[in-house]
Every structure is written in structure tokens, then in C-alpha cells.
Design a protein around this ligand. Structure first.
Ligand code: NAP
Length: 460
């Protein structure tokens, strides 16, 4: 039946799955509406903030200041935090729909895209997602191993994640040690023998997806030369035209040309940015990476005003001990929730979940953030994206088929009956205080707990 909801007698109950930026911006928008709203956040980890905690680079602490907004939302009496609760395991999507009027999936893109080339499964070939999670103390990657005893690492991809990963490998460890980078990563980087990171772009320097501030940071790394190959800077006509209108690309080109003109430090440590090379095969010996075969590309118009990389058949091998692929993220499916496997996201139209890509609307289910649009944009991009989904949710309010009564305690009882150790807001505050105090003792923003068991211990 359709009822009047969103008033004091019958507030609207919303479940948000995932406690990252996109989820918080959706909640912010819901709380600002005229309706009476109650929001419960379900998060797999005991800790909130998603990629702001476990994705943003440790040397970009100022960006993490955005959590002050999310903290206020968590402290709002209309919001409850159910940390350490996995939807699809501790509670099913169908159960959420019986307890809530609307459900928002804000689960991000936790997995990586594969390149689909031979050798990707060798030891020493890993996704950037794992490396980033490892140095950012994500519990899933606590025990990951990265061999930093080799002389050269190859990073594939030209996005800002590739920049973050490259910088983490080459930045002065004493500086990283003052951040919230995981202690295990600081120790491994301190013992690192890596002398060079080769960063590979399949298209040209004009088409690089990274932004200028990140590129400039390369040039500020103490004792590190940024090497570029003049051949990569002979531009085709389409790239020249693009450059004349695209400011970011033009600024990037200025910075890279400046790097090319610099005299080398001669320290032996370098970042070598190579363009127009595609990975063809990762090669190894005894199951471990020893190098990567790459093919020279040329650029051809792609028919949409851009250019695509086309192989020339010319190949060479770059010796290395570690290959990190940074070619984009994918969402991870949740049992009982539709998934678009081709695009690696949750099928939706304007944020309304669909039963399948291009199919009908799945009533009362919504999507925000990378789970909705794919892995693009910065943290702030999620705000208008989430507001757009909440607009769709509001449009649906008059026709929602929901019961007259909802009781916020039943979900608490259900999880207790299943012996789920829920980390609520007060318990998260204990974890937060513990980490901050551990950091303050060493002049660091925080020392993160890296194991879920330790987080639960501190929270109890
Ligand atoms: P991205 O910006 O989409 O970059 C992906 C890169 O992978 C592109 O250079 C792409 O090249 C390349 N690629 C894709 N498939 C490939 C293949 N098969 N072989 C070789 N190269 C391939 O993705 P991202 O770096 O993962 O970043 C995700 C989002 O987070 C972006 O919006 C990024 O700006 C944002 N982010 C921002 C910051 C920051 O603000 N500091 C930090 C991290 C991430 P093509 O262009 O040729 O497809």
C-alpha cells in the first residue's frame, strides 16, 4: 500500500550500504530534505570513510580533511552506523528491503580491471588496488607481499592512481613515515632497493589521464630524475588540435617539457614516463616476474574526435621485478543485487537500480558513486552525483509501496541474533581516538590499526 511517509509519525527509513564519500553525500542530501528521515549505514569494515581512509595517498593528508563533514553526519541523531556488517553475508539485500523503505548502494569499486595479457597471474604482478590498500593499511591487504628488492618496477596506466603508486615508491621514506601510511609499508619502503619506476601510457602524453598537481609532485621528489623520451612528444594532428583547447593537457605538456630540459641529478633514482607503449606479456622465471614485453603504438583517430592506440608490431622487453597494473577499478558484485559484469558496476538509470543493464527499475533500490557511474572523478564529483540519485529517490516517495510502521530496533535485534559484532558510532570513535593517540605520540595524523580483530578489540 502507499502511505504518507517522511513525517514525525512515520519517518522514511533508508539503508545506505557502504560508508565512503558517495554514501555520505547522499545522506547529507537526504538529511537536508523537508522529510523526516532515518538513515542506517552498513559498512563491511569496522571503520568508515572508504577510499578517503584507504585510497587517498598518505602524502595527501589535506584531502582527508573532508572526513570532518562525514563525522558531522555520523554524529547526527538521525543516523546510525552499523560497521563490520557485510550486506550479502550478515544480512541479505532482500532483508534490507523488508526493513527499509529505500536502499542506497554506495559500495564503490573495490576490485581492479585486468589487462587480459599472459603472465598477469605471476608472482610480482599485482593490481594497484592491492598496493594502495597495502600501504594505506586496508585490512584486506595487510598480508600482501610486494618485492621491493628489485631494481625496477613497471606501473601500467596513466591515471592519478598510477601517479600515487609511483610517488609512494619513490618518495623519501622519512617523509612518508610522518603520514598515516601503514607501518608495514614504511618498513618495506625503507628497505626498498627500487631505483627506477617506469610508468607506461598506451597513448601519448597529451592523452594522459593524470592531472597537473600530481605531475608536478614528481618533479619535487628529492633526488629523483623524471625521464621522458623525446620521440613520444612528436605529436599527431589530432593531439595538436586537442592540446590547443584542453587546458589540463596543455599544462601537463608544459611541465613534462620542463622535465625534459632539466639536467639529471645523477642519483640513479628515476621515474621514467614512457608513452605509446602497450603491455603485451608479463614474463617470468620460476613463477616470478622478470620483465614485461611492450609493443610500440601509434595513434589513430577513433571516430569520436579522439585517438586510439594501435600496435605497430615493434616490441621490446623491460626488465623488472614488479608490475603494478593501474588500468581502472571495477565494482564487486553482491549476491542478490543486479550487476553489469561488462561495465563492472551496478546497472542503473539516473541512480535507480535496474534489474539488468537497460532493464526495468528495481523498486526502492538506488546506486551512487563509482558503483553507479564507474571509477571516475575526484571525491567532490560524488556530491552532485549523489544529490542526483537522492532527487530520484524523492520523486519516488509519493508512490512507495511500504508498510505503515517501521521499528528501528528490529534490525539491531536481527544482527544480535546472528551474533554479528556491530561497530556503532561510539565504538568507531574509540578506534578513531586510539589511532589518533598512537599517531600523536609520533607527530603523525594517526597510526591505523591494520587488522579487523585489533579494531574489534579496541572498540569493545
Ligand atoms: P583513470 O584515470 O581512468 O586512468 C586509467 C589509465 O589506465 C588510463 O591512462 C588508461 O589509458 C589506462 N589503461 C586502461 N586500460 C589499459 C590497458 N589495457 N593497457 C594500458 N593502459 C590502460 O583511472 P585511475 O587512475 O584508476 O583513477 C580513477 C579515478 O580516481 C580517476 O578519476 C582519478 O582522477 C581519480 N583519482 C584522483 C586522485 C587525485 O585527485 N589525486 C588520486 C587517485 C585517483 P587510456 O586513457 O588510453 O584508456
Amino acid at each position: 500500500m502507499t502511505h504518507t511517509i517522511g513525517n514525525a509519525a512515520r519517518p522514511l527509513w533508508v539503508a545506505v550500504v557502504g560508508a565512503g564519500p558517495a554514501g555520505f553525500y547522499a545522506i547529507e542530501s537526504l538529511l537536508k530534505s523537508d522529510a523526516q528521515v532515518r538513515v542506517d549505514i552498513f559498512e563491511r569494515l569496522p571503520t568508515p570513510f572508504g577510499l578517503v581512509r584507504s585510497g587517498v595517498a598518505p602524502d595527501h593528508q589535506s584531502i582527508k580533511g573532508v572526513t570532518r563533514i562525514y563525522d558531522k553526519i555520523l554524529a547526527d541523531e538521525r543516523v546510525r552506523f552499523f560497521g563490520h556488517v557485510t550486506v550479502g553475508h550478515d544480512i541479505t539485500p532482500d532483508e534490507l528491503l523488508t526493513h527499509y523503505d529505500q536502499v542506497i548502494y554506495a559500495v564503490g569499486a573495490q576490485s581492479d580491471r585486468k589487462m587480459g595479457i599472459p603472465g598477469e597471474a605471476l608472482v610480482g604482478s599485482a593490481p594497484a588496488t592491492a598496493f594502495v590498500g597495502w600501504y594505506n593499511a586496508h585490512p584486506d591487504y595487510r598480508d600482501a607481499q610486494f618485492d621491493l628488492q628489485c631494481a625496477r618496477v613497471v606501473v601500467i596506466g596513466n591515471g592519478n592512481v598510477a601517479m600515487d603508486v609511483t610517488r609512494a615508491l619513490m618518495a623519501p621514506v622519512d617523509e612518508l613515515a610522518t603520514t598515516d601510511m601503514a607501518d608495514h609499508a614504511v618498513a618495506a619502503l625503507r628497505a626498498s632497493r627500487v631505483q627506477q619506476v617506469v610508468m607506461l601510457g598506451r597513448r601519448g602524453p597529451v592523452q594522459a589521464a593524470f592531472t597537473t598537481p600530481e605531475l608536478k609532485e614528481f618533479g619535487e621528489l628529492h633526488g629523483v630524475d623524471v625521464l621522458l623520451d623525446a620521440d613520444d612528444f612528436v605529436l599527431d594532428e589530432t593531439s595538436e588540435t586537442y592540446l590547443s583547447t584542453e587546458k589540463v593537457a596543455a599544462r601537463n605538456m608544459d611541465v613534462m617539457r620542463d622535465y625534459m630540459a632539466r639536467a639529471p641529478h645523477g642519483s640513479g633514482r628515476s621515474i621514467h614516463m614512457q608513452f605509446l607503449w602497450s603491455p603485451v606479456e608479463i614474463i617470468g622465471a620460476q613463477g616470478r616476474v622478470t620483465g614485461i614485453v611492450v609493443e610500440r603504438n601509434r595513434l589513430e583517430p577513433d571516430g569520436n574526435g579522439g585517438v586510439k592506440a594501435v600496435g605497430t608490431g615493434v616490441t621490446r622487453t623491460i626488465e623488472c621485478g614488479l608490475v603494478l597494473r593501474s588500468v581502472g577499478y571495477r565494482s564487486v558484485p553482491i549476491a542478490g543485487v543486479p550487476f553489469d559484469d561488462k561495465r563492472g558496476l551496478f546497472p542503473n538509470r539516473d541512480g535507480r537500480m535496474l534489474v539488468s543493464a537497460g532493464g526495468d527499475v528495481l523498486a526502492r533500490c538506488y546506486v551512487v558513486g563509482w558503483a553507479k557511474r564507474g571509477p571516475s572523478g575526484v571525491i567532490g564529483t560524488n556530491k552532485p552525483d549523489s544529490v542526483a540519485t537522492v532527487t530520484a529517490m524523492k520523486e519516488d516517495w509519493p508512490t512507495l509501496q511500504v508498510p505503515t510502521h517501521r521499528d528501528g530496533n528490529t534490525i539491531v535485534q536481527l544482527l544480535a541474533a546472528r551474533h554479528v559484532t556491530v561497530i556503532d558510532y561510539a565504538k568507531w570513535q574509540k578506534i578513531d581516538a586510539h589511532e589518533s593517540a598512537a599517531g600523536a605520540a609520533h607527530g603523525r595524523p594517526r597510526v591505523k590499526l591494520t587488522r579487523v580483530a585489533d579494531m574489534l578489540d579496541v572498540a569493545q
